[in-house]
Design a protein around this ligand. Structure first.
Ligand code: F0G
Length: 454
């Protein structure tokens, strides 16, 4: 059931086909290079692109911009305590700032880090410390058609193999990402979190939860995990799941319901002290840490709103609505549907293209060309050298788009699929030096002849 109405609106329009063609070419067939005013329905990300509530806008005006001891920081610290259950919080400018602070504190050269699946900035920050990120997804996670409730779980069998191979001394940190963004936004069960906690204890590792989408994850747990029947409150599930972690990294741009901000939170006073030192270097004084006081205030309100059952149920429903409209017109999608996005199966939609022709990126470009819809590739372009399905993510900004927008997206995808066999694929024209983040800035060009997979 829809849980809000509009009070402020932003005009959008669909640019002409000719303008879209020109914009795509000028962007080097990389939609990160498009100007947002050339985009009609922007599903590039759910990160920092949502609408704030009237209560958040009100809090913004009352933000305390004091350099030290800001009242808005106190509000945030008490929201983190109440909602997530952690005593200490170090604010950062966004999630990757929190990753830099925490992983820079915990990791050194030669370490190895298991995670259910590393998000791209997580992978890059682990690698940046000289450590090796290892994905341990649950079996079947990369099968787009396998129906299972918790395809975001971390495989303990795989994590144990890693420890057996390199030795526990080299594994000081285990990460669990909830929901699992790089595995189609799939949820992680509380049972899996408990088991990862026990595993971390066995090997004396710090257990970190990447909690960007903690509220969406809890809503799935309430729907699907037998221990948590429908009458358990979302905030109780959140606190139970997060209570198993030694620390969380958070991007407030997701379930903090704000446009900027993030933090590290922990109950460990020693870890808190070490993080604070690094935060002063890279983020700011620990009571603002790279955020304006007003943004701290808005995030304090957003965290509480995120665990409101009517908000988060509406959130999952709206993503499900987009998925159903796409399935109704025969678009192949990753199933089950994740928390923040619908992931299209480009390997299936453009099955005539081999991975070297970047079918996911080709589909992203066609969706833009056809209907001004912007999504993002999460396949062999974004994750070079790893074996995963060719997915395209259509992320749904929070409280922003309505059914009519989603109908346009579905009509666009349907039109693209009708002439799928004419899509020739792409090749790289230039790429940056860090392979983990090449999809943000690399440029491509159309292939003249299709590269077929058979
Ligand atoms: N961890 C996860 C699981 C994420 O999804 C993101 C961001 C980050 C960390 C980093 O947070 O952007 O605030 O620095 N994900 C966005 C996305 C960018 O589009 O999925 P950030």
């Amino acid at each position: 059931m829809v849980a809000y109405k509009s009070k402020v609106v932003e005009p959008i329009s669909l640019p002409s086909r000719e303008r879209r063609e020109r914009a795509l070419e000028a962007a080097g067939y990389n939609v990160f290079n498009l100007a947002s005013e050339d985009v009609f329905v922007d599903l590039l990300t759910d990160s920092g692109t949502g609408a704030m509530s009237d209560a958040q806008w009100a809090a913004l005006v009352r933000g305390d911009e004091a350099y030290a001891g800001s009242r808005s920081f106190d509000r945030l610290a008490s929201a983190v305590r109440d909602v997530m259950g952690f005593e200490y919080v170090v604010p950062t400018h966004q999630g990757r700032g929190a990753e830099n602070v925490l992983y820079g504190t915990l990791l050194s050269e030669g370490d190895v880090v298991p995670n259910n699946t590393h998000f791209d900035t997580t992978r890059a920050h682990v690698a940046n410390q000289g450590a090796e990120p290892i994905d341990c997804p649950t079996p079947g996670a990369f099968d787009p058609s396998l129906e299972a409730p918790f395809k975001g779980d971390l495989s303990l069998e795989h994590a144990r193999e890693v420890v057996d191979e390199v030795g526990a001394d080299r594994v000081p940190v285990v990460i669990q990402t909830i929901t699992n963004n790089s595995t189609a936004g799939q949820p992680v069960s509380v049972e899996n979190t408990r088991r990862v906690r026990a595993f971390a204890d066995e090997i004396d590792a710090t257990f970190v939860i990447d909690a960007c989408r903690f509220a969406e994850n809890a809503a799935f747990v309430r729907q699907r995990e037998p221990d948590f029947a429908d009458d358990v409150a979302i905030d109780e599930i959140v606190r139970e799941q997060l209570s198993h972690a030694d620390a969380v990294v958070m991007s407030g741009k997701k379930d903090g319901l704000v446009n900027a901000g993030g933090f590290v939170a922990t109950d460990d006073p020693d870890l808190f002290d070490r993080c604070k030192q690094r935060a002063i270097l890279y983020e700011g004084f620990p009571t603002y840490g790279g955020m304006a006081g007003r943004d701290l205030a808005a995030m304090a309100v957003g965290l509480r709103e995120a665990v409101d059952a009517s908000y988060v149920e509406d959130r999952l429903e709206s993503v499900q609505t987009l998925a159903s409209l796409l399935e109704d017109v025969g678009v192949p999608i990753y199933r089950p549907v994740g928390g923040h996005a619908v992931y299209l199966d480009a390997g299936e939609a453009l099955s005539h293209l081999s991975p070297s022709a970047f079918p996911g990126q080709a589909l992203v470009c066609e969706l833009y060309r056809e209907g001004g819809v912007r999504g993002v590739e999460l396949g062999s372009f974004a994750f070079p050298g790893t074996e995963r399905p060719e997915l395209v993510r259509l992320a749904v900004p929070r409280r922003t788009y309505h059914r009519e927008h989603f109908e346009h997206v579905a009509e666009t995808a349907e039109a693209v699929l009708e002439s799928a066999t004419t899509v020739a694929g792409l090749e790289l024209a230039s790429e940056p030096t860090m392979p983990e983040i090449r999809h943000f800035t690399a440029e491509l060009e159309p292939r003249s002849t299709p590269s077929t997979s058979n």
